[in-house]
Design a protein around this ligand. Structure first.
Ligand code: AMP
Ligand code: GLY
Length: 424
């Protein structure tokens, strides 16, 4: 099968690494890819939202399956665009249509979906310019902290956790009145704060059947001990030690099954990944968010643990044949440690040469924000490289990843040294 993978991060490098190992994959193209994906397939300098150029590439390279990494093209309707393009009617696409992608693209859509289908989530109310004053009154009565979520895609910046009412009122006004988050801010979800531990669970579905991939825990804050601003993710572990069979069963029965059934009942076809972000509160799972794609850096621990052919699974998803599929996994622990550019998640410089990539080791190095410049691998993003290692405990896997990271060098490099700390 000739496969095109869309995206350029660590998630896509990990997917490309796994896809390229499949005997079913005869040729792999990555658009746009990064310096890491270069050795696994053909990088094509096409943006993930340039649907015309993607369609042209699919035609000229006789692509049979497109795997969509990030959410933006899905929310913008890449599935509808490609499947209605002359000559691409039979293209297999991993990723939902525009409506299914609303699970991630609109917080208000996701909340009403969960409410309608009895899926446990934080209590909420939705406000917009039309009921602004009602929202202000609601916030004044609301217990602290208050969670505010801008409705649309906001590149991870649409959530405010407010410790006092004043801050919440200011955030609310900014989101609604000033359209601070652009189009995304016109509707705001005000949500109950849930105290607990976050985990991420990944489902691959054909719209009727599903398989569960291993769970992971992401470390979102920039600083050691989970301090400081949120990032895209500074590291991840899988499995998560406290997730036992009883919790897994609650996750599946209370959330995964009603999610798949809910999509069917609502008449929303869905082929692709659903990433469910959970808050586990006193042993019970509550959904914090849905994403219509895999997570990054969670993919860098989840995908390497799959002891099965990913392309065969994706093909089963694309052809409605996920029924009775099992997903064998490596029982060892995987830990990934992300290296970022100095200054991230605020401003940072790009273009610094990276050394130490040739050292021998047993870990996996996934490029996140790298490029090849005159034969030299250089930094080209906030998150630069993820190093994934396997071991029999979180502590050992984390130590191995830290050892490899310590030998990879570029100017102003920063890594958290405590990924997995609660489990060590
Ligand atoms: P989201 O973009 O919805 O994933 O939210 C970003 C982060 O905000 C999450 O990863 C959580 O850490 C936090 N968060 C979101 N909603 C809640 C909530 N209801 N209670 C507590 N924390 C939350
Ligand atoms: N690591 C969180 C995300 O991919 O959204």
């Amino acid at each position: 099968m000739r496969i095109l993978l869309l995206g350029s991060g660590g998630r896509e490098h990990a997917l490309a690494w796994k896809i390229s190992q499949s005997p079913l994959c005869t040729q792999l193209f990555i658009a746009p890819g990064n310096a890491g994906t270069l050795s696994l397939g053909t990088n094509c300098a096409i943006a993930v939202t340039d649907f015309e150029a993607i369609a042209a590439l699919c035609l000229s390279e006789q692509i049979e399956m497109v795997v969509v990494g990030p959410e933006e093209p899905l929310v913008k309707g890449i599935r509808e665009f490609l499947t209605s393009y002359k000559g691409l009617e039979s293209l297999k696409i991993i990723g939902p249509g525009k409506e299914g992608a609303q699970l991630e693209g609109s917080k208000a859509f996701a909340k009403s979906f969960m409410e309608r289908h009895g899926i446990p989530t934080a209590r909420y109310k939705e406000f917009s310019v039309g009921n602004y004053e009602e929202g202000v009154a609601y916030l004044k009565e609301h217990p602290l902290p208050i969670v505010l979520k801008a409705d649309g895609l906001a590149a991870g910046k649409g959530v405010l956790i407010c410790e006092n009412t004043q801050e919440a009122l200011q955030g609310f006004e900014a989101m609604i009145q000033d359209a601070r988050f652009g189009e995304a801010g016109k509707k705001v979800v005000v949500e109950q704060f849930l105290h607990g531990i976050e985990i991420s669970v990944f489902v691959l579905t054909d719209g009727t059947h599903y398989v569960l991939l291993p769970e992971a825990k992401d470390y979102k804050r920039i600083g050691e001990g989970d301090k400081g601003p949120n990032t895209g993710g500074m590291g991840a572990v899988s499995p998560v030690p406290f997730v036992d069979a009883a919790l897994w069963d609650k996750i599946e029965q209370r959330v995964v099954v009603p999610t798949i059934n809910g999509l069917q009942q609502d008449g929303i076809p869905y082929c692709g990944f659903i990433f469910i972000g959970f808050m586990i509160v006193a042993g019970d799972p509550f959904v914090i968010e849905y994403n219509c794609r895999m997570g990054d850096p969670e993919t860098e621990v989840v995908i390497p643990r799959l002891a099965t052919d990913l392309v065969a699974l994706l093909n089963a998803a694309a052809t409605g044949q996920l029924q009775n599929r099992s997903v064998p996994v490596d029982s060892r622990t995987a830990c990934t440690v992300v290296a970022v550019s100095g200054g991230y998640p605020e401003g940072y410089a790009k273009g610094y040469p990276i050394s130490g990539l040739e050292q021998p080791h047993d870990s996996l190095v996934f490029h996140m924000g790298t490029a090849l410049h005159e034969g030299q691998v250089v930094t080209s993003g906030g998150r630069v490289l993820a190093v994934t290692s396997f071991a029999n405990s979180v502590a050992e896997a984390a130590a191995l990843s830290q050892q490899v990271q310590a030998k990879i060098l570029y100017k102003d490099k920063y890594c958290r040294t405590d990924i997995g700390y609660e489990f060590c």
